[in-house]
Design a protein around this ligand. Structure first.
Ligand code: GLY
Length: 364
């Protein structure tokens, strides 16, 4: 099992364990005097394994099962988590252990961050997307007034426990959606030289008739990629925890993705976050070419790579529609300029501030 840390000013704020097994999570919870589990209702079997592991420790205080959907990613659910902690007598020494995807970890982390002005928390992410992105780096929060992740704080979990076995039972569409964040990470930083291998392994899985079996067969390769992606993200967050500069690079494709997701909600179209990120990265690649940042051919290369991995690559909404939605993005700075992440080449991205109008004109 590999360990990566988020270290700021020489202090380890958070640890990421990759290649772990669910049954070993309990031993990492033994040092905490009060352990509370918050679990997505789809993965209660993992909570049961952790509960059993704590059976003789005497520190397990209860499990709250939540509905982890975008609609329920609200202050109401966060307050329910706080009410659960309060009703079970949780003190400031409490450890909230969240088991689920990014929605669960975002909400449980937020609740733990505000409960009695902050108690401990840690994660066992159960989706690929949360293993490589959401559960690392300390972004917590909820949606508000139809705006995604509008309320929240950045506060680091004590640890993130990444178990490859959970990917083998994930609905395949969720697995593929998570691969967009994995590929995104290596497009930003491919110092591990894994982008090409990742595309190969994922396309092999996508071509297999039994996808779950193919994911299992490729467990070691996936662990290597997840570990490397976690290391890239942990490094970026260690250098820029509060997203004042470099961390913005992790938003590659996300300005477009958030606009696509906004339109999808309005028009009732079913698009998963990673799918929107894949479409967003293709638009970011197009913008990079049009802005003279990347050589011609980058867009078609990225499009082809994402497609063979099973990801959708064409936004169903036109650029003009996305431009209107982009103006609502919370990352819009004063003066209407947005920090776009442009791709020079695989493994090398740069920030460029542009107005929505400038980006729209280049993309049309
Ligand atoms: N999801 C991007 C970040 O954590 O900064």
């Amino acid at each position: 099992m590999a360990e990566t840390t988020i270290t700021v000013d020489g202090k380890v704020l958070s640890r990421v364990y990759a290649g772990a097994s669910v049954k070993d999570a309990a031993q990492y919870l033994l040092p905490y005097p009060e352990v509370f589990i918050v679990c997505d209702r789809h993965v209660v079997s993992y909570a049961k394994i952790v509960e059993d592991g704590l059976a003789h420790a005497g520190n397990f205080k209860g499990t709250l099962v939540i509905e982890a959907t975008e609609e329920k990613k609200t202050m109401d659910t966060v307050l329910k988590i706080c009410a659960f902690l309060l009703s079970r007598g949780a003190s400031r020494k409490a450890m909230v252990f969240a088991i689920g995807g990014g929605i669960t970890t975002d909400m449980a982390g937020f609740a733990a961050s505000i409960y009695k002005r902050g108690c401990r928390f840690a994660y066992l992410p159960t989706t690929l997307l949360s293993q490589v992105d959401a559960a690392i780096g300390g972004k917590t929060g909820v949606n508000y007034e139809s705006l995604k992740n509008m309320l929240g704080v950045i506060r680091q979990p004590d640890f993130t426990f990444e178990c490859p076995e959970v990917l083998e039972t994930l609905p395949y569409r969720d697995f593929v959606s998570g691969t967009a964040e994995l590929l995104k990470t290596f497009i930003i930083d491919d110092s591990a030289n894994l982008y090409g291998k990742t595309v190969n392994v994922l396309s092999q899985i996508n071509n297999a008739s039994d996808k779950a079996a193919a994911i299992k067969e490729n467990r070691d390769a996936l662990v290597q990629m997840i570990e490397a992606a976690a290391a890239v993200k942990a490094g970026v967050v260690s250098r820029d925890q509060f997203e004042c500069g470099e961390r913005r690079k992790l938003n590659l494709g996300h300005t477009f993705a958030h606009a696509i997701e906004h339109e999808a909600r309005v028009k009732n179209v079913d698009i998963a976050h990673g799918e929107a990120v894949a479409m967003g990265m293709v638009l970011a690649a197009r913008l990079s070419e049009k802005a003279g940042m990347a050589e011609l051919g980058l867009e078609s290369l990225i499009k082809e790579n994402l497609k063979v991995c099973g990801l959708p690559v064409e936004s169903p909404f036109p650029v003009e529609t996305l431009a209107a939605a982009m103006k609502l993005d919370k990352k819009a700075e004063t003066g209407g300029r947005i920090h776009f992440v442009l791709i020079a080449k695989i493994g090398d991205v740069e920030m460029k501030d542009m107005t929505v109008e400038e980006a729209e004109a280049l993309l049309k």
